[in-house]
Design a protein around this ligand. Structure first.
Ligand SMILES: Nc1ncnc2c1ncn2[C@@H]1O[C@H](COP(=O)(O)OP(=O)(O)OP(=O)(O)O)[C@@H](O)[C@H]1O
Ligand SMILES: [Mg+2]
Length: 309
């Protein structure tokens, strides 16, 4: 099966809203191409249309217009589905089942035999950090544990393409790091991971490429290097031992001052050198110089209403 992992063209979807709202245009012509073997972040604010797109990809919703190809084949083909794993946004599981029973249930749906599941289920529970919890009913799981069980479910069929809707939601910082590491290990195994998120820091740490969806349209997509660039946007300079009468220096913005300590910000490299020279000349000590590059968050906010894009 050749072609990109995911190829979406001109995807449109409207929902019939409440009378007072009228029709909701959730997707307004989404175009997207996800190469194989990458970790791809599908980012956007609440209501941008991320879940709607993922539901169309996984065949849970029919689009009004547009085409979707997964692993080189039109979406919805049965044998393609066997190579895809999916974690829905709010997974609903029968909560009287234990974690292990849940995985065995879904495993049987995938056509896996009892022997295979005897090995696979404990291995998957361990992989997602639920080792020793497999015999606990799901109603006793915390939100983070349910999320992990959902992830294990998405990996049961050893999928080539893993589609995850907000995989880090509901997890504490340690849990988020574990899931990030798990996603990275999936890429090492040659899988493609396509996940939606509004936790930008997580996406920034692991994604090779991202698309930013706002109001049902992709406003930017590409490699993080390309989107963020490597330019420093500004430097923060911390000084100590500043003479009492100093209120700052020309060309530098004073962020805070406390006693003889000051934090200043400069935007140009020339200004940085001149500030350091003048501060030292006045008897101040340079405590630190911190360069700040553009973050994904800056990029994201620039596309929001009121942003500067
Ligand atoms: N079944 C539905 N009926 C009516 N409107 C819907 C339905 N599903 C989604 N919508 C609307 O479509 C838009 C996109 O919703 P969607 O759930 O795809 O956003 P999202 O990007 O996943 O947001 P979040 O970050 O909050 O999960 C929203 O305006 C939402 O209210
Ligand atoms: Mg969503």
């Amino acid at each position: 099966m050749g072609g990109p992992a995911i190829e979406i063209q001109g995807l449109e979807k409207t929902f019939t809203g409440h009378l007072s709202i009228g029709r909701i245009h959730a997707l307004r012509g989404v175009d997207l191409s996800v190469p194989r073997g990458v970790i791809y972040g599908f980012l956007g604010p609440n209501g941008a249309g991320k879940t709607t797109t993922l539901k169309v990809l996984t065949g849970l919703l029919r689009p009004d217009r547009g085409t979707v190809r997964l692993l080189g084949a039109p979406a919805g083909k049965r044998d393609t589905r066997a190579h895809i794993g999916f974690l829905p946004e709010t997974p609903y599981f029968y909560d009287y089942l234990t974690g292990a029973e849940l995985l065995r249930f879904f495993g049987r749906l995938h056509g896996l035999g009892a022997r295979t599941l005897d090995e696979k289920v404990p291995a998957l529970l361990k992989l997602v950090g639920l080792e020793g919890r497999g015999n606990l009913p799901l109603r006793k799981y915390s939100k983070g544990m349910l999320q992990r069980a959902g992830l294990a479910q998405a990996l049961l069929n050893d999928p080539e393409l893993v589609i995850l809707d907000e995989p880090m939601t509901g997890l504490d910082p340690i849990g988020r790091r574990e899931i990030r590491d798990l996603i990275l290990s999936l890429r090492t195994q040659g899988k493609t991971v396509f996940f939606s998120s509004h936790i930008l820091a997580d996406a920034e740490m692991i994604c090779d490429e991202v698309a930013i969806l706002v109001g049902g349209k992709v406003v930017q997509q590409g490699s993080l290097e390309k989107l963020l660039g490597s330019d420093v946007r500004f430097w923060d300079v911390a000084l100590a031992g500043c003479p009492e009468e100093t209120r700052g220096w020309d060309g530098a913005e004073l962020i805070t001052k406390s006693g003889d300590q000051m934090l200043l910000r400069v935007e140009l490299e020339g200004e940085l050198q001149s500030l350091l020279d003048r501060a030292r000349g006045a008897g101040a000590r340079v405590v630190s110089v911190a360069p700040h590059k553009a973050s994904l968050e800056d990029l994201f906010l620039s596309h929001m209403p009121g942003g500067d894009a």
